[in-house]
Design a binder for this molecule. Structure first.
Ligand code: HEM
Ligand code: SF4
Ligand code: SF4
Length: 502
């Protein structure tokens, strides 16, 4: 499984490099797939509400009302119809890419299973809402969908009477199914919104809005598409006539032609199997159990920075339990903590300058304690070298060379800024390079963003003013950018050489 993920991650990295080149790191759409999902959802919802004003929900007049929307009011409701369709298609594209990317980057195993599992029903809902939407137009495509879907449902032993009989000819046609579809198409998206909210419950500050320029750009593309290729109906449904040719929306309806070659029951089995397979992926294989972050109340002043910075909402602040003069203390939920160490990087007590007793911050991760980081800096440090602090995800280990020492942390967000000061002031490094994930794409969600802000002195704990920023390099690059990382390091070393002992 690991090699499949690695190959997929490499494929994504190659492909995304083109987008990064075109849009820049911040606006790379691949980094914002989940947020784009939310964005397209809102476009679909708003355009849908507008269409509902003009749409006739009865089967006899539905088609005419959609024709009115498309042709009479092409400049308003017509554009809304096209936006509704194209944003729904875009939703499928970004969500499917999002699924594959989260899988490839292994953001689903261990204590991160929650978003994955709650994503699966979302996928089903997207299709249910999309298919019911096509049904509502009641054109020949809707007729095809109605017949194919009900015949497929009839292969399940659910209904006494075959429900496809409703669509035998125009005399058997009733409003029953149509009303059900209207109901699904209105309440399905509302339920989906609830699920989307649940989906991000284990993400502090979940990114549900793409950057403004990306949002404007994608909306612009959808509007242009709507004007150039307006969404049209395919002729009124007539159950007495078998439609000769139908144009399918391949984003939603790609599985329908399969019904003609694979028996319906078998297709249900494949679908069910696909969902089961998706559902077990977070445990294929199970992640190694790493102990959660641990609080040491003796050194905690209740400042709540760890609570503010934890990307997975694993920390809550509760009333103080040890009788000390502080109001609150952090409590870690071990079922939500991914041991990223970002909380240890945010704790003001994680300072290497302390002299009395061992270094035990208010919060620490057992798999990579702050004291071990200090020991490494001290034992491997050298005044003539560059100290690279990298994360498990960046290729930082490969930067090790003569005059360069690499220390890897679970996430660079675990690095308290005081360590940069310590390494430079105490002669353990000539310069410090922080090598982390690309902007907006931290493997642990927020580690690079918090580190950049701490070093820029805009977020606590801040880098001390006395640190010469020319001796600090922050390198935020996507996976697979080893060459660019090496170049950045070489340039940095050259600049340090020019600085000399200044
Ligand atoms: C309507 C559909 C969906 C929307 C709008 C959506 C949106 C999002 C958003 C906004 C995030 C948070 C990104 C961040 O702040 O880091 C996220 C994370 C995630 N989603 Fe989705 N998602 C959808 C469907 C899915 C599906 C179908 C799957 C897979 C089955 C999935 C799997 C995940 C995973 C694994 C994460 C990241 C978990 C982590 O970082 O620990 N999502 N999604
Ligand atoms: S290790 Fe990471 S996930 Fe766990 S409490 Fe600290 S910041 Fe949160
Ligand atoms: S950041 Fe450190 S001192 Fe502040 S509440 Fe968390 S553990 Fe306590």
């Amino acid at each position: 499984m690991d090699s499949i993920k690695r190959a997929m991650a490499l494929g994504f990295a190659r492909f995304e490099a083109v987008f990064e080149y075109a849009f820049g790191q911040r606006n790379n759409p691949f980094v914002w797939l989940g947020a784009l999902g939310w964005y397209f959802y809102w476009i679909v919802a708003i355009s849908g509400v507008y269409l509902y004003i003009f749409f006739d929900t009865g089967i006899t007049n539905a088609y005419e009302s959609v024709e009115y929307i498309t042709h009479e009011q092409w400049y308003a409701a017509g554009i809304m119809r096209s936006l509704h369709r194209y944003a729904s298609d875009a939703l499928v594209v970004v969500v499917v890419l999002h699924l594959f990317r989260e899988f490839a980057l292994d953001r689903l195993r261990g204590r991160r299973f929650f978003a994955w599992l709650t994503g699966i029903p979302l996928l089903a809902f997207i299709y249910l809402c999309g298919i019911s939407g096509y049904w509502l137009v009641w054109d020949t495509l809707a007729q095809y969908i109605a017949i194919a879907s009900t015949e497929w449902l009839d292969t399940l032993p659910l209904f006494g009477e075959p429900i496809a009989n409703n669509f035998l000819n125009s005399t058997t046609l009733g409003d029953r199914f149509f009303t059900l579809m209207v109901f699904i198409h209105i309440f399905g998206p509302l339920f989906m919104l609830l699920l989307m909210w649940v989906h991000i419950q284990r993400h502090a500050r979940a990114r549900v809005n793409p950057p403004r320029s990306l949002a404007i750009g994608t909306l612009g593309i959808l509007v242009v598409l709507s004007l150039v290729f307006p969404a049209l109906s395919q002729g009124p449904a007539d159950l007495d006539v078998v439609p000769a040719e139908i144009g399918l929306d391949w984003f939603y309806l790609a599985a329908y032609p399969l019904l003609e070659v694979i028996p319906g029951g078998q297709l249900w089995l494949y679908l069910f199997g696909g969902f089961v397979l998706l559902a077990v992926l977070p445990w294929a294989p199970p992640a190694k159990r790493v102990p959660a972050a641990a609080v040491n109340l003796d050194n905690c002043n209740g400042c709540a920075r760890c609570f503010d910075d934890c990307p997975f909402g694993a920390i809550t602040m509760v009333p103080r339990s040890d009788g000390r003069a502080y109001d609150t203390e952090p409590v870690v939920n071990p079922n939500q903590c991914t041991s990223c160490g970002i909380c240890a990087g945010s704790c003001p007590t994680s300072t290497p300058f302390r002299r009395s007793g061992p270094l035990e911050p208010g919060i620490d991760v057992p798999r990579s304690p702050i004291a071990a980081l200090r020991n490494e800096v001290v034992s491997r440090g050298d005044a003539n070298q560059v100290l690279v602090i990298g994360c498990d995800t960046s290729d930082s280990a490969a930067l090790e060379q003569d005059g360069v020492t690499v220390i890897q942390l679970p996430c660079v967000g675990m690095l308290p800024p005081s360590f940069v000061d310590f390494a430079l002031a105490r002669g353990f490094a000539d310069g410090v390079m922080i090598a982390g994930c690309a902007e907006g794409d931290c493997q642990h969600r927020l580690g690079n963003e918090w580190t950049a802000a701490r070093m820029a002195r805009t977020r606590d704990p801040m880098l001390r003013q006395r640190v010469d920023k020319r001796r600090l390099l922050m390198s935020w690059l996507p996976r697979g950018s080893l060459k660019r990382r090496r170049r950045a390091l070489a340039d940095f070393r050259a600049r340090l050489a020019e600085l000399g002992d200044e």
